[in-house]
Ligand binder design. Structure first.
Ligand SMILES: *Cc1c(COP(=O)(O)O)cnc(C)c1O
Length: 431
């Protein structure tokens, strides 16, 4: 954990942190909304030159090659999903053939949970967490229903005392002999708590329960060790900290020991590559993560993911994590110092320990919604989650320490001048 004493409150110190930042030049590679401080990379990461170039390249291939792009593209489109998975794999501690870029987060939950959830007699429950992103819970309930279960009874949760954080030991205690599958997020999307995936996977293995993670909020923020942890499967989106673009295709990971398992939901893009175009009536899946693909990939949006990953790899995920922790550590330090006492009364809900934080900091404050509106009005883009939760994500690749400093000053002034009172209490359809 970064000690508070490492930081100083003044503006010059923020400037100094920026001067010493080894990643500072990456900021120039991103399109940042003019005149704004963008702190919403945990919802939609920004466009980089590299991602843009990669889209234009595939667009050009389509222009020049038509259908020929499937085999003659610089990266042939036919195997682009696998190759993009291979770019991603080292960041997740996986082998290249264990990761593929495909589908969408929720679709991949359906596909992998239906593969790995095998109820058998008493062992028929799915252990999840009550704070997970709702779409994950919708999909889990569907999967229970499809296999004859009762979501009301068979979807079980490890309790959260405050509705914001979870205790790993409690989760492990809930892994009893009625549990057929554990499915959890890596980082809780509201509080920003990073769960101890190594510990949870170990506890699940001890009891022979398959475990999967939704890494949507940690992919691109920190190095994972999915193989070493012996996680069974994982999935994550590519448009948050991976900067793949709005609605860009997701990723999935299947541990090698499961390559011979039949995917539960199949489609011709999961067919053995060398025979896919024989168009045989019986399905035979690729013996790697690619076997869990379903449909023809959306090439233009996947191209952006490739370019976005190239930037992340060039910067190095360990450097990214280091800076991300320093940015969030600095933000936490300033908030504690300047925004905790009344009348500011901002409560930090993200755990202070570095090993328990993801890439964003969550604040709880009465009038959170209107405070977010006031921030936006000043050109600072946070996001809001009910009730009264303000999420701020200073992103290692394109945010500066000075932006963090300015954001804290802005929050102080918004309260001092009661600026939030000028804003509506009604939410926009996307916040
Ligand atoms: C962002 C996110 C999703 C998004 O699901 P889509 O299918 O990509 O719309 C799902 N789950 C979690 C945990 C997320 O953070």
């Amino acid at each position: 954990m970064t000690k508070s004493s490492d930081f100083e409150p003044g503006e010059t110190f923020a400037r100094e942190l920026d001067r010493q930042d080894p990643l500072r030049d990456f900021r120039k590679e991103f399109y940042r909304p003019a005149g704004r401080i963008y702190l919403d990379g945990n919802s939609l990461g920004l466009l980089s030159n590299s991602a843009r170039g990669s889209v234009l390249k595939v667009l050009g291939e389509w222009e020049k090659l038509g259908i020929g792009g499937w085999l003659q593209g610089e990266w042939p489109w036919f195997t682009f999903s696998e190759k993009t998975g291979g770019l991603m794999a080292p960041l997740m501690g996986a082998k290249p053939d264990e990761v593929v870029c495909t589908g969408a987060t929720t679709v991949n939950i359906h596909s992998l949970v239906s593969t790995f959830y095998r109820p058998n007699g008493r062992r028929k429950k799915i252990l999840a967490d009550p704070l997970n992103f709702p779409t994950d819970l919708y999909a889990l309930r569907d999967q229970l229903r499809l296999k004859g279960g009762d979501p009301g009874e068979d979807l079980i949760f490890s309790p959260s005392a405050d509705g914001l954080l979870l205790e790993e030991e409690e989760i492990a205690r809930a892994m009893d002999d009625t549990v057929a599958l554990v499915f959890l997020p890596s980082v809780l999307y509201r509080s920003g708590q990073l769960l101890d995936m190594a510990y949870l996977a170990r506890e699940a293995r001890k009891r022979d329960i398959p475990i999967g993670f939704d890494c949507s909020h940690s992919a691109g923020v920190l190095r994972h060790h999915l193989d070493e942890w012996e996680v069974d499967f994982a999935l994550w989106c590519s448009y948050k900290h991976l900067n793949g673009g709005p609605g860009s295709p997701a990723f999935l990971y299947v541990n090698r020991r499961h390559f011979n398992r039949s995917p539960a939901i199949t489609g011709w893009f999961g067919y053995r590559k060398e025979r896919q175009f024989d168009l045989l009536p019986d399905f035979d899946h690729q013996r790697n993560a690619g076997g869990w693909q379903i449909s023809t990939p959306g090439m233009l949006s996947m191209a952006a993911v490739r370019g976005a990953l190239e930037v992340i790899r060039r910067a190095g995920i360990d450097e990214i994590r280091k800076k991300s922790l320093r940015l969030t550590g600095y933000l936490i330090y300033l908030i504690r110092l300047l925004l905790s006492p009344p009348p500011y009364s901002f409560q930090i809900v993200t755990p202070p320990e570095a090993e328990r934080r993801g890439g964003h900091v969550a604040l709880l404050r009465e009038e959170g919604l209107r405070i977010c509106s006031a921030l936006k009005h000043r050109g600072i883009i946070p996001d809001y989650r009910p009730e009264n939760l303000i999420r701020l994500a200073p992103v290692a690749l394109y945010n500066s320490y000075h932006e963090v400093w300015r954001t804290v000053q802005a929050l102080r002034e918004i309260v001092d001048r009661r600026e939030y009172l000028e804003h509506s209490t009604k939410r926009q359809p996307v916040s």
